[in-house]
Design a protein around this ligand. Structure first.
Ligand SMILES: Cc1cc2nc3c(=O)[nH]c(=O)nc-3n(C[C@H](O)[C@H](O)[C@H](O)COP(=O)(O)OP(=O)(O)OC[C@H]3O[C@@H](n4cnc5c(N)ncnc54)[C@H](O)[C@@H]3O)c2cc1C
Length: 471
């Protein structure tokens, strides 16, 4: 049997970026689904295309890791910068998250007047810029060399930012902005939920800055759907689509990889499947135990897709913040992405819309089919009604081909019911899994390992892992 250099399990952001950086090697990549990209894939239904989860492409700018990786892969994506990254609608307020700082400040001062708004948002922007200018970010465990390199990287972080960045975000907000209104707090928390999967209550100042500052970067719309990025990143890769890996057996200097179609042998193996699902792939007790130590994150997503029969021009992204919690969710807000009118593929049958909010995987488990459908409809209807209330020109009958996805749907298609990484805090930093495992030649990549979710977070992990594999 042929011995591959590298076998990658999963075509999510992590697996695909890593594969594209290693084109010259003998790489084989397995994807269980027919669509590439996992949480960021694009699927076809009713003759129309929809983004399954991720819709915003961030980090494609000079000196940023995401662009570095795409440049190395010699791939220039077909993207369009969104003039307004996100239009936030909160009761009677409209707040445009735009890249231009002064323009944004006008918006925030109008919505939430506070004499220290400039100081607060300036600090957020500066911390974020300094973080992304760091050249030597590293995090790995399980060897003395890795611990020393990680400590060194941590010291550089401390030296550049001082201990202040590990202070609690909550106290930082209070210190700079004073007592803020419930609405202002809900605005900040809703923005953080999109990027960090959590609110300001249990994160550090650094996480707060990275979470809030992302619309100060260029935010792009991807023509042809987010999934098209993966089709192109993996163009020259030996790709085994619709092939699920069922078992991995550790041999002396290699791994035997068993799929539902065939068997393969590889020196190195990178798992892009969620870390919470890795133990079941192994019979080796030590490896199983290693993966079982990472406790399942219950965080998940509820996503609605539909077409909009409408000739109006919309922004690409909106966030609606309500004053009550959405049923079967852990949020009062939802995120809307609307395909560009000129995107021939995505807007072929009316505009393609993806709406998402935060839910828990456990909400959808241990209920019978009837109850599951009932709860799904309750959540879908609640969100659609709130959507229609905020877009008065859209009528209910303009919405066609509607479908919703829960944690169960994600599990069925991409083998994970949790969605989104965990925010890194000072108290959990050592519990965060690194790409490197204690087993030679076995690695993980993606948003359930360092550094976190979305294009920028996953790309940090890819850069570190690529160095790890290639020296
Ligand atoms: C609703 C939602 C909205 C989001 N919005 C954004 C956004 O706008 N911008 C952004 O940057 N990020 C966004 N994110 C976050 C981002 O999508 C994820 O962090 C990222 O896509 C995760 O990538 P990953 O590398 O962990 O791989 P995953 O997306 O987890 O993909 C893993 C892949 O592995 C495959 N796989 C699993 N097990 C096997 C197996 N045994 N054999 C073969 N294949 C297997 C799966 O089918 C899947 O394709 C969003 C996430 C969600 C859920």
């Amino acid at each position: 049997m042929k011995l591959h250099d590298l076998a990658i399990v999963g075509s999510g952001m992590g697996g695909s970026m890593l594969a594209s950086l290693n084109k010259e090697k003998d790489v084989v990549l397995f994807e269980k689904d027919k669509n590439l990209g996992g949480c960021a894939s694009t699927f076809k239904r009713f003759g129309s295309y929809y983004n399954a989860g991720a819709t915003t492409f961030v980090g494609y700018e000079d000196k940023h890791i995401v662009k570095e990786i795409f440049d190395k892969a010699l791939y220039i994506p077909d993207i369009l910068e969104s003039s307004v990254a996100i239009r936030v609608l909160q009761k009677d307020k409209i707040i445009d998250r735009v890249r231009d700082f002064e323009h944004f400040l006008e918006q925030i001062n109008r919505a939430f007047p506070n004499k220290n708004n400039r100081e607060f948002w300036q600090k957020i922007k500066e911390l974020d810029e300094r973080f992304w200018s760091l050249k030597k970010l590293y995090y790995a465990k399980y060897s003395l060399g890795s611990y020393i390199k990680s400590l060194n990287s941590f010291m550089v972080l401390l030296y550049k930012f001082k201990i202040d960045i590990f202070k609690s975000a909550k106290s930082f907000i209070k210190e700079v902005l004073g007592e803020i209104s419930k609405e202002y707090k809900e605005f900040i928390d809703a923005q953080l939920l999109i990027t960090l999967q959590t609110t300001s209550k249990d994160i550090s100042v650094l996480s707060l800055a990275l979470g809030l500052a992302y619309p100060f970067h260029k935010v792009f719309y991807v023509n042809g759907g987010m999934g098209s990025l993966f089709e192109n990143l993996l163009k020259d890769i030996n790709l085994k689509r619709k092939e699920q890996i069922l078992k991995i057996i550790k041999e002396e200097d290699s791994y035997r990889v068993i799929s539902d179609k065939d068997e393969y042998l590889s020196k190195n193996i990178v798992l892009n499947s969620s870390i919470y699902n890795c133990s079941e792939l192994f019979d080796n007790k030590k490896i199983r135990n290693y993966y079982q130590d990472f406790h399942f994150s219950n965080q998940s997503a509820f996503v609605i897709n539909f077409n909009l029969n409408c000739n109006e021009e919309f922004f690409h992204h909106y966030q609606i913040i309500l004053d009550k919690e959405i049923p079967n969710s852990i949020s009062k807000s939802f995120f809307i992405s609307i395909s560009d009118k000129n995107d021939k593929k995505m807007s072929n049958k009316g505009l393609s819309v993806t709406i998402s909010t935060h839910s828990k995987a456990s909400f959808w488990e241990n209920i019978n089919t009837q109850e599951y459908e009932k709860q799904k409809n309750i959540t879908q209807e609640f969100i659609i009604n709130a959507f229609l209330e905020h877009f008065e020109t859209i009528k209910k009958e303009d919405i066609i081909n509607i479908s919703s996805a829960t944690a169960k749907t994600f599990k069925r298609y991409i083998n994970r019911s949790n969605c989104g990484g965990r925010p890194i805090t000072l108290s959990n930093i050592l519990q965060i899994p690194s790409c490197k495992t204690p087993f030679k030649g076995l690695y993980n990549i993606g948003d359930t390992v360092f550094a976190g979710q979305g294009w920028p977070g996953v790309a940090i992990g890819v850069k570190i892992l690529n160095e790890e594999i290639n020296g």
